[in-house]
Design a binder for this molecule. Structure first.
Ligand code: NAP
Length: 222
């Protein structure tokens, strides 16, 4: 089990939601940002929420570079468009680390709604693997809603589908995700399957748009 988790670009929506749930579950979290102050402010907010529960682990803010070095397991929570410029600057600190790609390459068309964006490498996760050649890439958490994560009064009840080529890295990600009550981790095989996971999420976003809900995934028959 990794001793701590870092979130690169952890100041947005998914990052703080994961930070809240993981710290509440007892795992120390480092929130990374391009701006240390923004990360520290966000970390203090989340620490307040976790502290109100009367327990939980430490949360601190840092630059993305510091967060990359600090985390035993590193989760990328930046938009797809940010990857190609940001990740090469972190390739050194992230060398050898387990890095989780949560990215859904999607654009929101005013008429069509969510539309999948084609990625030359096959998927956003495979682009991460190309940009961070020395890291151990796992894809996961795509189908999880930040609005559900960020409400601790809301019980989670869904599957977290992961894929990757490194079994030990997948096991570590599974252990971390499994700390969050209500999550069941499902291994969906090789990193080449990340494209299907990312596109499944585009489908969920379309369902959200029509149903005015935030849906998740629960597989049957497992
Ligand atoms: N939101 C969800 O419910 C959800 C669910 C599943 C998966 N995801 C995936 O998770 C990722 C993050 O989603 P989000 O909704 O949290 O995104 P977001 O709020 O739009 O952005 C997250 C953070 O990324 C950093 N960032 C933005 N543009 C950047 C750039 N050009 N270069 C470097 N850093 C940049 C910002 O941090 P700083 O300004 O502090 O550096 C920002 O706070 C996305 O890839 C998304 O597909 C999201």
């Amino acid at each position: 089990m990794p001793a701590s988790v870092s979130l690169i670009g952890g100041t947005g929506r998914l990052g703080p939601g994961l930070a809240l749930r993981l710290a509440a579950a007892g795992l120390p979290v480092v929130i990374g940002s391009r701006e240390r102050r923004r990360a520290e402010e966000r970390a203090a907010e989340i620490a307040g929420q976790v502290g109100a529960l009367g327990g939980g682990a430490a949360i601190r803010g840092a630059t993305n570079e510091e967060a990359a070095v600090a985390g035993n397991l590193v989760i990328l929570t930046v938009p797809f468009e940010a990857q190609s410029e940001l990740l090469p600057t972190l390739a050194g600190p992230l060398r050898g680390r387990v890095v989780v790609s949560t990215t859904v390459p999607v654009r929101f068309d005013p008429e069509l709604g969510p539309v999948a964006v084609r990625v030359a490498e096959g998927s956003a996760a495979e682009q991460v693997a190309a940009l961070l050649a020395g890291s151990r890439i796992v894809a996961g958490f795509h189908t999880v809603s930040s609005s559900h994560l960020s409400r601790l009064d809301r019980a989670l009840d869904e599957d977290v589908i992961i894929c990757g080529d490194d079994r030990d890295a997948k096991q570590q990600v599974g252990e971390v995700a499994g700390l969050i009550p209500g999550f069941r981790v499902v291994d969906a095989g090789r990193l080449g399957n990340a494209q299907h996971l990312e596109e499944l999420t585009v489908l969920l976003l379309s369902i959200n748009r029509l149903s005015h809900r935030s849906v998740g995934v629960r597989l049957t028959g497992l």
